[in-house]
Design a binder for this molecule. Sequence first.
Ligand code: ACO
Length: 329
Amino acid sequence: MKYKAKYSAFGSYVPDKVLSNFDLEKIVDTNDEWIKSRTGMSERRIASDEQAASDLATIAAQRCIENSDIKYKDIDLIICGTISPDHAFPSTACFVQKNLGLKGIPAFDISAGCPGFIYASDIARQFVENGTKKNVLVIGVEILSKIVNWEDRNTCVLFGDGAGAAIISRAQSNDISQIIDSEILADGNYTELLEQPAGGSRMPASEDTLKENLHTVHMQGNRVFKLAVKSMYSTSETVLKRNNMEFNDLDWLVPHQANMRIIESLGNKMKINNEKVIVNIEKYANTSSATIPIAIDEAIRNGKIHRGDVIHMVSFGAGLTWGSVLFRY
Ligand code: ACO
């Protein structure tokens, strides 16, 4: 490793439209009590008909750059984690590049389910550490409201829309901020637990796939739930152990916001004080790859997270994929 990498800044954007649990009661056979007690969610944000993933990502990126002392022209790579891109191709990152007016730099997407931001961060970190890039714009963005089945109460109540961005930069030798370690993992034996079955080369779009709602999110929630805590705990333990740290050494745990019961089980297993766990699932529900950068940006703006704090981000999702990043902000 030639250099150290650090998170220079975060930024986020959520659409204005709020969809509450009470609004959902009018759409599917559900109720506020069930959603709150089973998931911890009260409301979520929904993108407008005109907004695509790159529109949300662009605003989050602009806010992130404005929160930093980095100039637009100094961004030298864009990586976007998303499973609800503008198009299957070209990549959402290319639209963001155009929107930001950045020319002559590479831009690509990562499809890693909810850990999209963690995967993108792990990749960006390596570009910076080996000296190839200096300021990588890393984004997690989703508009899952456009790919859920609004007649399926098992899934449609769980998701929301939003974007979070960060810049991973080369750290100076005297910098307190640095990415300490990260890990990304996958197990392709569980691809059927969480998927959008149609629309790709396995099951191209047809009248039948449309009729059968196969272009929407299909999830075996119960099975995902069981694997979530196990996988998030194991990557966290690995990363902390190899840096001679314990869960108690963390200032903040920022877990993927998929279900409050998963977050609580993980926190209990880690024996970490609840107050050190950043949670905003109540307001935004599960925004997949965007949950972690949105939560961190909000916690910085609220004065919770400060420069020098030790933070562990951990996520899991479709693939199955999981991973974590340990850093000093
Ligand atoms: N309102 C009312 N009742 C409901 C609803 C709803 N919205 N949804 C399901 N139910 C019912 C079910 O039909 C079932 O009824 P039955 O017993 O009569 O059959 C009952 O509630 C219990 O259903 P379960 O699925 O067993 O409920 P569970 O407690 O497991 O909660 C949930 C479901 C919230 C989906 C949970 O399993 C979960 O959070 N799983 C993990 C999801 C996740 O983290 N996904 C990964 C990230 S997403 C990504 O990568 C894109």
